[in-house]
Design a protein around this ligand. Structure first.
Ligand code: GLU
Length: 276
């Protein structure tokens, strides 16, 4: 009798657990982000907030500003119409995929390269920006290109979650790579002399060079880094709309206007090459 009672209790508990796990509504992967966003008239974007030119917090008005942020605003308007709202959540290279996966954001637009490895875990739009990996060094540095880093005893700085740290291990396998939490910390580390160079995409590095006259971008680009909008797998309708918006922006000149706005006055950076 006692045994039967225990078994019944166990079954009830198991049933309750199953109900909780399945949830009353749809799980994240079953939800249609496009439909939800249309209903809410809002798209929630994950953007960088420490990356000048792409997504940087302006402390004067508490707004995040940059090319990625403007792209997100324009794409939102193309998808939801003039009254559509773009909401912004700060991400880092490390936190962006987890925040997307757990539903805190609908999409990532944060200097994120489309890579085959990432395509296994998220969906990507078509590329909306062409970057390439490069190096930032102090003005007097003897380092001219990536092969100068390929020596034991050389430390290169990068950021956790950026594919740049994997790439540099291939291009300069003898160097030690020190991974910081975000680009603000990586730059501080470079200034403190904890590494001889900071490596990531050229646009990000030019953004740092603009603000820090003691540093320069060297070595050209040694990888191709096409940026894409990342979404959860299975969100094809949303991805299609993003692709359509990018195409419309390229066709009507909006895209080139944004390129000029953000990269037109960056010394050493040929923004004409970025135009589409
Ligand atoms: N584009 C590279 C990446 O996706 C570097 C920039 C970044 O850390 O976001 O990892």
């Amino acid at each position: 009798m006692k045994k039967q009672f225990r078994l019944a209790t166990l079954l009830v508990a198991l049933g309750a657990l199953m109900l909780t796990l399945s949830g009353c509504g749809k799980s994240l992967s079953q939800q249609d982000v496009l439909q939800n966003d249309r209903k809410a008239n809002t798209i929630t974007w994950g953007v960088k907030a420490d990356t000048k030119l792409f997504g940087l917090m302006d402390v004067r008005d508490n707004q995040i500003k940059g090319f990625d942020v403007d792209m997100a605003k324009h794409i939102t308007r193309h998808i939801l119409g003039k009254k559509g709202k773009a909401k912004f959540i700060q991400v880092t290279s490390q936190s962006r995929i987890p925040l997307l996966k757990n539903g805190n954001i609908d999409a990532i637009i944060a200097t994120m390269t489309i890579t085959p490895q990432r395509e296994k875990v998220v969906g990507f739009s078509n590329s909306y920006f062409d970057a390439g990996q490069s190096l930032l060094v102090p003005n007097g540095s003897k380092i001219k290109n990536v092969s100068d880093l390929n020596k034991s005893g050389t430390t290169v700085l990068g950021v956790v979650g950026a594919n740049s740290v994997q790439n540099i291990k291939k291009f300069a396998p003898k160097a030690r790579v020190l991974e910081l939490q975000d680009y603000a910390q990586a730059l501080t580390s470079l200034k403190a002399g904890q590494g001889v160079a900071l490596t990531t995409d050229n646009g990000i590095l030019y953004g740092m060079a603009v603000q820090n006259p003691g540093f320069k971008v060297v070595g050209g680009t040694f990888t191709r880094e096409p940026y894409g909008v990342a979404v959860n797998k299975g969100q094809k309708p949303f991805t299609n709309e993003v692709n359509k918006a990018i195409k419309e922006m390229e066709a009507d000149g909006e895209y080139n206007q944004l390129i000029k706005k953000w990269f037109g006055n960056v010394p050493g950076f040929n923004y004409k090459e970025l135009e589409r």
